[in-house]
Write a new protein. Structure first.
Length: 196
């Protein structure tokens, strides 16, 4: 594995420092198992969250990347090659709602989802950028529901949102392990509730 000083990104979208801050927050959490880690990066774009996490966490078994927009694929593959993570990575182009990982479960699920539901927020004149900002296919409920299926009992769901209260209705399944405000974004690391 090798650090990347410059990520390949499309001209219509670039990651911001809140992504790096989320990885830093996630890496400060205790892991409850000692096996190699499996990471899932949902809405991965050019793969910054998953790659940064893999470079900072201990031994990684596999990293799965899921992205709706095919335009990110060339950048994601270049970033995986440059970080020397391509041999333990798998990339899927598709929606969260349609994705199926079978019985596979993840220690960490990272997500920088669109900030707006369809019909909300300002509309970007660039259609590709608009897809990054707005749920066009899935929605936040689908994202959380699928993440809940894929997360190990001892795992963490780490995500960004602009709405501090966006996760309130999911606190019957998750507890907030860590939360931090960074600029205009809220960083959350959630763990499963132990419901007997």
């Amino acid at each position: 594995m090798k650090n990347i000083s410059h990520y390949s990104q499309p001209d219509f979208y670039s990651f911001t420092s809140d992504s790096l801050k989320l990885v830093e927050l996630a890496c400060s959490l205790p892991m409850l198992n000692n096996s190699k880690l499996n990471i899932l990066d949902l809405c991965c774009g050019s793969g910054v969250l998953g790659i940064e996490a893999a470079l900072k966490l201990r031994e990684i078994d596999q990293i799965e990347f899921l992205e709706l927009q095919e335009e990110f694929l060339i950048h994601l593959k270049e970033n995986l090659f440059n970080s020397e993570l391509d041999s333990i990575s798998h990339v899927t182009i598709g929606s969260v709602g349609d994705a199926n990982y079978g019985s596979k479960r993840f220690d960490y699920i990272f997500c920088n989802p669109p900030y707006f539901n369809k019909g909300e927020g300002r509309i970007s004149p660039n259609d590709k950028r608009q897809k990054c900002r707005t749920f066009e296919v899935d929605d936040f409920d689908i994202l959380i529901s699928k993440a809940s299926l894929w997360l190990k009992n001892t795992g963490y769901l780490c995500l960004l949102t602009r709405d501090e209260l966006a996760l309130e209705k999911y606190l019957d399944k998750f507890e907030i392990t860590k939360k931090e405000k960074f600029s205009e974004t809220f960083l959350f690391c959630l763990s499963r509730l132990n419901i007997d």
